[in-house]
Design a protein around this ligand. Structure first.
Ligand code: ADP
Ligand code: MG
Length: 341
């Protein structure tokens, strides 16, 4: 089983940024309003995430990094009604099989006393002697060190510098989709923060910090909500975001940016939506115009989403994909045509 666990882990956690994505989602699920990330050697030596969320119960320590341990599904029927990001209970287990994992946590309900507790894991197992009271604030600090130390081929296949950019990119995108949560990124050996997003920073300013003014200056809000019949028929709930207005193509200094798609607050790739959105813009712009910037958070009925399409949850499948994609891009076309006239 050790080998199986290690192989499975290597498919789920494929890079530091991908580990970070799982950890950010856990912090958000825990109700955090502040998420601070520290990296050393581009996340390979150290990837640390500190949050002010609910904390973890000491009773849960022994099983926390076991495969399929999750506090997010308590019964089978829950499976079709999951609102939170994670729920396969594989992230912490996977990480602890390909890195050293330790945590310090303090619950918000004081049920483990007025102290924080520390725990260290190896290969999915808690080291019982590591559990000790510790100084700490409410919330959880998870420290991942020496990522991929026991999978040298994976380590070799990754480019150090690129991985740092992916970490920055991932944190930036989650900050755009989670206004109300403050985010920071710091390199352990530098005194200056690499990214500071305050909890009060509005979405547009977040986009400006992450993607630059040339993108933030030409955006309009896009929102579809309360389409009751579609919820019943297709499972579509809502869609909200910010997209390039038609003036954007006149700005020759504009930076390129790929679309940013979330489905039910999960950062994902969605090729069909990307294609449809680009197609809509192409109706209004000259050939060869730069790509628009598109940030959308699409909400669907949770039981219509299948996150198990891709081991890293990078892509998700959902029911009525074609109809929903067409519906969203048609609405986007209506918005752009108003601007065009
Ligand atoms: P999943 O998110 O699919 O439940 P994970 O392996 O990502 O599985 O996490 C396992 C469990 O650990 C979670 O269900 C949650 O109970 C707990 N957990 C992980 N990170 C945190 C955190 N930052 N704050 C509170 N609880 C956490
Ligand atoms: Mg998770």
């Amino acid at each position: 089983p050790e080998v199986v666990n290690k192989i499975a882990a290597g498919e789920i956690i494929i890079s530091p940024a991908n580990a970070l994505k799982e950890l950010i989602e856990n912090s958000i699920d825990a109700g955090a309003t502040k998420i601070d990330v520290t990296v050393q050697n581009n996340g390979f030596k150290l990837l640390q995430i500190s949050d002010n969320g609910s904390g973890i119960a000491k009773d849960d320590f022994p099983i926390l990094c076991h495969r399929f341990t999750t506090s997010k599904i308590s019964s089978f029927s829950d499976l079709s009604n999951i609102q939170s990001f994670g729920f396969r209970g594989e992230a912490l287990s996977s990480i602890s099989h390909i890195a050293h994992l330790s945590l310090i946590t303090k619950r918000n309900d004081n049920k483990d006393g007025d102290l924080a507790w520390k725990a260290v894991y190896e290969m999915g197992e808690l080291l019982p002697s590591s559990v000790k009271p510790s100084a700490g604030n409410q919330g959880t600090i998870i420290s991942i060190t020496d990522l991929f130390y026991n999978t040298p081929s994976r380590l070799k296949s990754l480019n150090q510098k690129e991985e740092y950019h992916k970490i920055l990119d991932c944190l930036g995108k989650y900050s755009v989709n989670n206004h109300g949560i403050g985010f920071t990124l710091k390199k352990a050996d530098e005194s200056k923060m690499a990214l500071i997003i305050k909890s009060t920073t509005p979405v547009l300013d977040r986009i400006r910090s992450i993607f630059g003014s040339s993108i933030a200056n030409d955006l309009i809000a896009f929102e579809i909500k309360d389409i009751d019949e579609l919820v019943e028929e297709l499972g579509f709930v809502s869609c909200k975001g910010l997209v390039s207005n038609l003036n954007y193509a006149n700005n020759s200094n504009r930076k390129a940016a790929k679309p940013v798609f979330f489905i039910n607050n999960r950062l994902i790739d969605c090729e069909p939506l990307k294609r449809a959105v680009y197609q809509i813009y192409a109706n209004y712009l000259p050939r060869g115009a730069p790509r628009p910037f598109v940030y959308l958070n699409v909400c669907l009925k949770p039981d219509h989403i299948d996150v198990n399409v891709h081991p890293t949850k990078k892509e998700v499948g959902f029911l009525n994909e074609e109809e929903i994609v067409t519906f969203i891009s048609d609405k986007l076309g209506e918005l752009l045509s108003k601007q065009d006239s």
